[in-house]
Write a protein that binds this ligand. Structure first.
Ligand SMILES: N[C@@H](CCC(=O)N[C@@H](CS)C(=O)NCC(=O)O)C(=O)O
Length: 251
């Protein structure tokens, strides 16, 4: 399937998220150590947790657990007793949780300084998350043969980005752990697409912390942006990132 078709299907998936996973309202306190999420990109319950993480603007270490995966799935079973995802571990408090609703409540209570929005409790939200998975078929769920990296990768992303989703799917399929750096939007200028910003020669100064970092590091802001400390490679553009991941870690 061509990359543009994949982007279109991903865009459909984002639209079914009904605007969630784009903006960051922020947190009241920041975890000292990054939270750890054992996740499958295509899993609707994991999606709900990732939407909350974008809303709370919390970075997280992602440990991909695709079906048939042999790297982190057995670890989750050892730690929690079963292979069920999402599974959250908080190294700051020692808390370890299954169940998306419990994880979301914990995140808002511990780091949000506000209760989880009521809408998170509704079954409707789960139905929307299931619908959002449908256009992607088995992407971000199945396991591909891969070589494990020595160090985790880093990805600048926000949950509903149709381009970043394609990269997160491949990171899941290849079981590549990565630090997810949230780049949720927190001001209207963030909504203008990078290509339009460039064309308008727009004076754009981000305020969200990872956007500020990304601008200083890479000279511009676009999501996804991948950093691989194993090869010192850093790159924009979902299609180029997918090629890079396949060539470097695929077998
Ligand atoms: N009620 C759970 C449901 C979690 C769930 O069923 N997750 C599926 C993936 S979407 C799972 O772990 N399946 C077992 C497997 O993949 O081995 C929640 O909200 O977290």
């Amino acid at each position: 399937m061509s990359h543009s078709t994949e982007v279109l299907r991903s865009l459909l998936s984002s639209s079914l998220q009904q605007g969630r996973g784009v903006a960051s309202k922020g947190h009241s306190n920041r975890p000292h150590e990054p939270l750890e999420l054992y996740d499958m990109e295509g899993c609707p319950f994991c999606r709900l947790v990732r939407e909350a993480l974008t809303d709370l603007d919390l970075d997280v270490m992602m440990f991909p657990c695709p079906k048939g995966g042999d790297r982190y799935r057995p670890l989750v079973e050892r730690l929690g007793g079963k292979q069920q995802f999402p599974y959250l571990m908080d190294p700051n408090t020692g808390e370890a949780l299954y169940e998306s609703a419990a994880i979301i409540n914990y995140l808002y209570q511990q780091y949000g300084g506000r209760p989880a929005p009521k809408s998170w409790q509704l079954r409707l939200r789960t139905a929307a998350a299931v619908a959002a998975s449908a256009p992607r078929g088995s992407r971000g769920i199945r396991c591909l043969d891969s070589q494990a990296p020595e160090k985790p990768l880093e990805l600048y992303s926000f949950e509903a980005s149709p381009f970043a989703r394609l990269v997160r799917e491949r990171l899941t399929e290849l079981q590549l752990p990565y630090l997810l750096r949230q780049c949720g939007r927190d001001q209207w200028q963030d909504w203008v697409l990078p290509v339009v910003r460039k064309r308008l020669d727009m004076d754009y100064a981000p305020s969200q912390r990872n956007r500020v970092d990304l601008l200083a590091r890479a000279g511009r802001i676009a999501v996804p942006y991948l950093i691989d400390p194993n090869t010192s490679k850093e790159l924009f553009e979902s299609e180029a990132i997918l090629d890079y991941l396949d060539q470097t870690y695929g077998r």
